[in-house]
Design a protein around this ligand. Sequence first.
Ligand code: IPE
Ligand code: IPE
Ligand code: MG
Length: 249
Amino acid sequence: MAFFQKKPTQAEVQVDFSHLPRHIAIIMDGNGRWAKKRGLPRTAGHAAGAETFRTIATYCKEIGLDYLTVYAFSTENWKRPEEEVSAIMGLLKKYLLEAIGQMERDRVKMEFFGDLSPLTPELRQLCERTREISRHYEGCQVNICLNYGGRDELLRAARAYAQDCLEGKADANHLSSDQFSSYLFSKGVPDPDLVIRPSGELRLSNFLLWQSAYAEFYFTDVLWPDFSKEELHRAIAAYQSRNRRFGGI
Ligand code: IPE
Ligand code: IPE
Ligand code: MG
């Protein structure tokens, strides 16, 4: 792995839980390779990945993280074979039904970033119900990026802003960063402090292009279904060892 000389052992990982990043974003990658390594169909990897998501989201709530954003399905993932896409959508439905059943217990606020319109009406309704039931929950907010693409998000924002200018609701000569952010799916959510990508890939793959301008990155070879609380600790400890300058000195 290019980014670490040596992976710290669990005993060496020191997390300061009183100074957690406010917002962690994760590209949940590596499900297919996880399955392949075990001689299983790729869908088994997605099922295992969904369980990892459940564990990590619950843990983030437990440790008092404010925001967790996960990349679940990109605008480019429709290119995959139809059986794989429908298996992912089926798992999503199963996950949401279970999440709705346990909402009162878990009390995690759930949001969705992305254009949900190409999803089946049933899935759209489940997303809407999840969002609605958890709307008033306080504590951790989990944002699931579904049919999400950073470029798609920016194009939508540009179009909506242009429309507001045409209707006289916005002034074309005055557009601030904050104002532009309010046209994004992530409206009202602070930018991610830490972006984690498992599976060894060193790219953003169209994730949170605008929002990750000053994010710290953590890459690991661990495949998403094998991602654990310990790996999250390593990522947070790495984040806490960084010196964020935001262009200053
Ligand atoms: C991430 O795992 C899940 C989705 C993109 C839906 P992948 O399915 O991309 O797994 P790999 O990268 O092929 O191993
Ligand atoms: C990014 O992973 C999208 C999600 C994890 C949902 P991909 O597997 O689609 O990314 P690439 O194709 O390797 O860039
Ligand atoms: Mg992948």
